[in-house]
Structures are given as structure tokens and as C-alpha cells.
Design a protein around this ligand. Sequence first.
Ligand SMILES: Cc1cc2nc3c(=O)[nH]c(=O)nc-3n(C[C@H](O)[C@H](O)[C@H](O)COP(=O)(O)OP(=O)(O)OC[C@H]3O[C@@H](n4cnc5c(N)ncnc54)[C@H](O)[C@@H]3O)c2cc1C
Length: 863
Amino acid sequence: MTEHKTHGRTPRPGDVDVVVVGAGFSGLYMLHRLRQLGFSTRVLEAADDVGGTWYWNRYPGARCDIVTTDYTYSFDPELEKAWTWSEKYATQPEILRYAQFITERYDLRRDIDFGTRVAAARWDSSEERWHLRTESDERIRCRHYVMATGCLSQPKALDIAGAGRFKGEVYFTSRWPHEGVDFTGKRVAVIGTGSSGVQSIPLIAREAKHLTVFQRTANFAIPAGNGPVRPERRAALDADPAAYRKAAKLSRVGVPTTPTMVMAMYSTPDVHRERFEAMWASGELADLANVFADQVVSAEANEIICEMVREKIRAVVKDPQTAELLCPRDHAIGTKRACLDTDYYATFNLPHVRLVDLRSHPIRTITETGIELADEAIEFDAIVFATGFDALTGAIVAVDITGRDGVTLKQAWADGARTYLGLTTVGFPNFFAITGPGSPSVLSNMMVSIEQHVDWIGDCLAHLRAEGLTTIEPTETAQAGWMTHMNDCSRITLFPKANSWYMGANVPGKPRVFLPYVGGVDVYRKACDEVVARDYLGFRRTGPQGVRCSDGVICRVQPDVAMVLDLMATLGLPSLDTLPAEGARMLMTQLSAARPPGPAVGEIRDGMLPGAAGELAYRLYRPATPGPHPIVVYFHGGGWVLGAHDSDDPMCRDLCKRADALIVSVNYRHAPEARFPAAADDGLAAVRWIAAHGEELGGRAGPLVVAGWSAGGNIAAVTCQRARDAGGPAIAGQLLLTPVTDCDMTRPSYVENAEGYVLTTSLMKWFWDYYAEPAARTDPKASPLRAKDLSKLPPAFVVTCEFDPLRDEGVAYAQALTAAGVPTRQLAARGHTHTSLTMVDVIFSGAEIRAEMASALRGFFAR
Ligand SMILES: Cc1cc2nc3c(=O)[nH]c(=O)nc-3n(C[C@H](O)[C@H](O)[C@H](O)COP(=O)(O)OP(=O)(O)OC[C@H]3O[C@@H](n4cnc5c(N)ncnc54)[C@H](O)[C@@H]3O)c2cc1C
């Protein structure tokens, strides 16, 4: 090893364009790319050779957990032909050989300083240079500083009493001796049952006389089924390697997979079983993440998979008590990185293997001879710590990094890492992290993420050079926007609920912040590319010519809304306003049929009631709780042209359940067959009839509430005004979801959101043209905002959406109501569109807004 350390160690330049810290897969490819681009580069590596993770983690059983044909570089098609992996999940020695092969093939070693740990780095604003200091006090200057120090490279400090006292053999899986360890005939303890523990325990058990495994948290493991790569995967790769690699880059986790649309909550136990068993047989984490479309957002859906895994554990582990201890109970599957099992569970059937549950038997202290629990002392010859890493941030903040204005990175990240795109951070010019916090990193096939980051950084540095720019740093606005987006992505999932190392929960005192980007490799790549396409949106760049900055926020639409918009774009649906009304209705009916139905309620019943000019259909949604329930009269959306009493079914069910109210969704006459004021007249007639017959419908006596979405919101608002003017019926409140309140289509929201968010400006014009003659549109029965008097109306809850042409008229109506003395609350749904809040069980970020709507309904009735 020392020969590598000194190999070619001619004096190195003390001032280079770029210093890269780390010679794992990130650092190696970064060096290659920078060389191709003509930048002078030095790589500083603490270890004595290349490989990073695969240099350090030499414990028995160490393998990758992504199929190795996927866990491989793709930047050079010739490289693909020059290297063949021997099995589905290659071992650590083979992956290390691959890293060494890469190093030789691209002649990388001559620019790497081994045995060189970076201790500190300081930005000098006047020189526009980073000054680095190594542990051996070497000083190096560079314009750009890239941390390729790894997400899982900084072992977690031991927080066990007495650590250090033990006089026997001590091993850390993350720093395993190169010469290997022989446990034959020894009494061995393994502390920790994360991935390294799960991989090493079966092999240690084969040698040890006694093996005691100390488990704090049981983790999920699926069978690795190691051997040849699955034929389908192999065939797809062999048929067209370039297409396969491209598919990986555009996938959710960096492995080509077709995302399932099957939702556990809407499928049968047979389907659950079939999909689960297929995943179990494939033995791939990418398939585990893709059993059900709703498994990361719905605890119930997730629990279906969890329980099936527990069944499998119970079927393997003979002692029921041990089996129960091995069954994970404290987190949803996938919210901690699941493990691959090769004989792990079966190992606990061996007579010399014992499992100790640290929750019920915590370690009191480690002693000179073993481990002392509260009620027992156990003697050992060797202790193996498989205690994990200070993930994502550990290796970065281990270097004393001081940025602009003397602020250290530790200070900047004191409340949790803050980055822009996981690549850069405010206050630290010309500083980049590869797969840092805020990027998909550990939630992905890291090879795909590493290559994407390296390419992005390389292109960025080439851009700066080409434009004569010398510094780059993200703006506060851009970084804050990215953190908001990160949070939007994670909070709709179950991830933040788990005490995982993704949250920093394994390191005492580390802020609890969800560190990786959970929005997907595909979405992330798109965001990074868009930032570049928009002239490095959110980056402040400087050079002799001055400052260049196009400030702004990337990914402002809620992540699940963006996903649905993308999906709709791929469907190539005709725009509704290009169709005749009947054609548009047929298309809407088809789309509605494909929706999840929404939650179950106590009863759904259809009926007829008298409208202003003939009978109107209604659909009644009754909660499952004992009645009588308060009544909400609901008017559907559809621009007065589309829809019916049953067209907002999922949302009506959702409101019924959440508000514990009887929802009566009433149809009304539609344009162009029945133009203005037919819909408005029907709205008033329906409310009158329901107010008079509410108790017959099983509702509670007393004032009802009127609600509506879009054109239905328009009818609801108009009905409230007309009921007030007519002296009844009594209305306790109005819930207006993205309502049409005015015919003026020149407000900014019509311009900003003219296209791309389902309801377009031209579609709104199409609706108005069908509904009302221009002269009639200013009538308050069509444009309730134009009513001369808005006082004495029922209390209102108005929901507006950021990316909706109707946003500003909703805001204007709420403001006008408030000005008229009507108790009004307006909720601006950030990142939502005109239609997104109604998409129950499709757009999960809408659930919290609907919860607010339901709470407003309850509030109206409580008044
Ligand atoms: C046991 C294990 C198994 C894994 N399996 C998979 C898998 O199957 N699939 C997957 O996608 N990912 C896996 N990972 C994640 C893995 O870390 C990445 O896939 C990848 O190897 C990271 O490469 P890297 O170059 O970014 O970081 P690393 O490989 O961690 O390399 C970072 C290098 O930086 C050096 N360094 C750190 N700080 C300094 C400093 N201050 N000065 C100088 N040098 C420094 C370190 O010595 C190290 O060599 C695994 C991780 C572990 C620990």
C-alpha cells in the first residue's frame, strides 16, 4: 500500500484550479472529468489507496446492495465492455478491484496524494482562492474546492459507556483490517444490526465459537438471492446499454424500473400477495421500493408490506421470541435503508448464536473482558462494532471549513445542513459537495448520482471559465427555496417519521433534519438541468466584468403536483377548449373513471330534488359515525359546462369523512344547453329545498353550509348573496375552493399561470363564452365580486392556489368580504394548481389543505 502513497510523488503544485478531497468513486470520476476539461487538479485522500467505501469496509460479507451491473460507471461506453461483474451483488474485493482498474485505465494515480487528510479549508475573498491545510500541515491553494468525501465515510463516534476499556480484540466494520480476521474458536460480540451487521453476522457466525448479536433496532431485510443478474435486467442491458443507462438516469432511484400505479389501499389481498412475492423473489431494493405506488405515503399501505416481511421472518426463525425481536416494528419499510439478507435470519437458528435486545437489556458498560448488561455480564474475546456512520454531513464538517466572512460550515449548518441542490451552500463560494445533503445521494444508486454531480460540477466550472467568471455561490433565496422544496418532498412521505440516519437520529446531538432529497433521481436531474438552462438560476457569479445573477427558486410546484402535470403531459391529451362541450365532457368522464375513488364513507345515496326549472340529481355522502350530521350543500366544478353531482366524488367522500358532515352534492343545469343564470338559479333552489328537507335526509336541524369548487364555488358564493337578499335560508358558512368570482381575465394570475397548470386562461375563456353573454357576465349572479354589498354574508373560508389563473380573483373576493365585515379566512395553497386539491389519494400534499377545509366546516357548524 505504501508504494501507492509515494508512487509518482514528485513535488505537487501548491496552487491549482481545483482540489478534490476523496478518491472514492466520486473523486476518481471528478478527477477524470476535470482533466478532460483541462483544469489543473489535485486529489487528496486520507487512505493509502483509491476506493473510498470499498477501501475501508472490508468486513466479511461486505457487498453492494444495488445490483452491481447498475452500480457501475456509465461515462465511457468502452469501459462497459472492458469490465464484467462476476455476480449480482459483487463483493467488496471485486468492487475495490474495479476502482483500482478505473484508476489505472485513466491514469489517475499521478494526481492523487494518498495518506493525506485535509484538516482545514479557508476561503480568501481577496484572492478568491481556497486555502487548504492537511493534517501533515501541507498548504494548498485552489480556486475551486470539491468535497468528494462520501456520505457514509465518517464512522459514528462510539456512544457506549466503557468503550475503550475492552482488552480483547476490537474491530469496526468501517475500518476492517486489511489482512482479515480469524474468529475461529472465539466468543464474539457484534454490536449493531444495520447493513454492515446484517452482512457480516452470518459469516462471523460460521467461524465463532459463540456469537452474541446486540440489536437496538431491528431492520428489514429481503433475500439477496445472489447469483446471476435477473435475466430480464441482463437482457435489457445487453440489448441496448446506452438506453439502459439513460433509463437509470431518468428513474426514481437510479435503477431502471417502471413505477407501479398499483395502490395498496385500492387493491385486493391477492394483488398484495402477488406483488409482494414477486419483489421477494427478485431480491432488489429497487423492487422493494416499488411494490405499491402508495407505500411511502400511506402508513396502512406500508404496513401491508411490513407484515408480510414479518411473516417471512417468523417462517425462518425457529424460536418465536427471537423471531419477534427480529421483526421491525418502529419504522415503515423503506424509511431506513433496508438490508439484503444472505442467511441473516437463518443464522439465529444456530445453537451458538444469541440475540440480545438492547431496548429491554441496555448495555450498562463495556468492561475489560466483555459487556455488562443490567442483569448479566457476558465475556468475549472480540467485539465488532457495526455501529454505522455520521451520514451525509459527517465527513464534510469533520474538516474545519471557513467560508466568506469567517463563518464556518459547522456554524452555517448548526441547525441542519442547508444547501442549494445539495451541491453548494450560501457563504461558501466555489465550494461543491458531491452527493451532499440535499441531493438524492443515499436514497439512490450512488453511481448514477455521483456521475450526475460530477458532470454538473465539471460543466459549471467550464461555464465559469468560458464566461470569464471567477466565483459562484448560491443566493439565500435559491437556497431557502430548495430547502422548502426538500421539505415539501419529504413531509408527504413516511421518511421523517423514522428515527433513521437519514434524519441524523443515530448521532447524539445531531439536528433532526431529513438530509437526502427524496423527490427522485429523475426529478432532481431535471431541476439541476433547469437551473443551468435558466442561466444558473439562483447562483450569484462574479468576475472582472462584475456580478451576474438570475435569482429565483427552482421547483415551486408541489412535488406530487409536478409529477401529475408531467404525467398528464406525456398522455398528450387534447386541450378541452379545442373540443366541443360534449367531447370535453366525454374526456372528463374517462379521466374521472381512472381516479382512485377516495375514502369509504358510511353511505352514498343518489336522489332527485326540485331545481329552478325541473328536477336535479344529487348525491348524498353520509359519514359512518352516528348522526344526525350537519349538512353541507356542495356544488361541483367544471366551468358551468362539465361535471355533475357525482363528478367530484373523491373530494366529497374526503370532506364527508374529515368534517364528519353530510355532504349533498347537487347537480345544476349546464351551459351551453342552459346558459346564465340557469346554474345560479338551480343553486339557490337546491339550497332552499335541502334547508327545508334536511332532517328527512338524515341531517341535523339548523343552518347548513354551502361549498363549491371553481364554478361550483361561484354558485356557492352567489347562492349566499341571494339567500341573504331573500331572507333565507339560513347559511352558517361558505367554503369556496378556487372559486370563479369575477369575469375580469386581466389579473396577474391569468398571465402568470396562463398555461401549464391544467386550467388555462384560454380554457377559462371557453367556459365563460359558453356560460354567459359578455354583457351578462358583470351581473353579481355571475361575478359575485361585483355585488354592491357584501356585508352580512355567512363567514367564509376561501382557498386559493398559487398556480391557478383564478388565484387573484379568489384573493380579491376574500379581501372584499373581509372589508365588508364578513369573518373570512383565506388560505393560499402554496405550490398547488386549480385542480390539485381535489385529487384525493393522488396528490398527497393536498391532504393538509383539505384537512383545513374540513376544520373550517366544523368551525362553521360550531358557531
Ligand atoms: C458498506 C457500504 C456498502 C454500500 N453499498 C452501496 C451500494 O450497494 N450501492 C450504493 O449506491 N451505495 C452504496 N454505499 C454507499 C457508498 O458510500 C457509495 O456508493 C460510494 O462508494 C461513495 O463514493 P464516494 O467517492 O462519494 O465516497 P467514499 O467512497 O466514501 O469516498 C470518500 C473518500 O474520501 C476520503 N476522505 C474523507 N474525508 C477526507 C478528508 N478530510 N481528507 C482526505 N480524504 C478524506 C475517505 O477516506 C474516502 O476514501 C455503501 C456504503 C457502505 C459503507
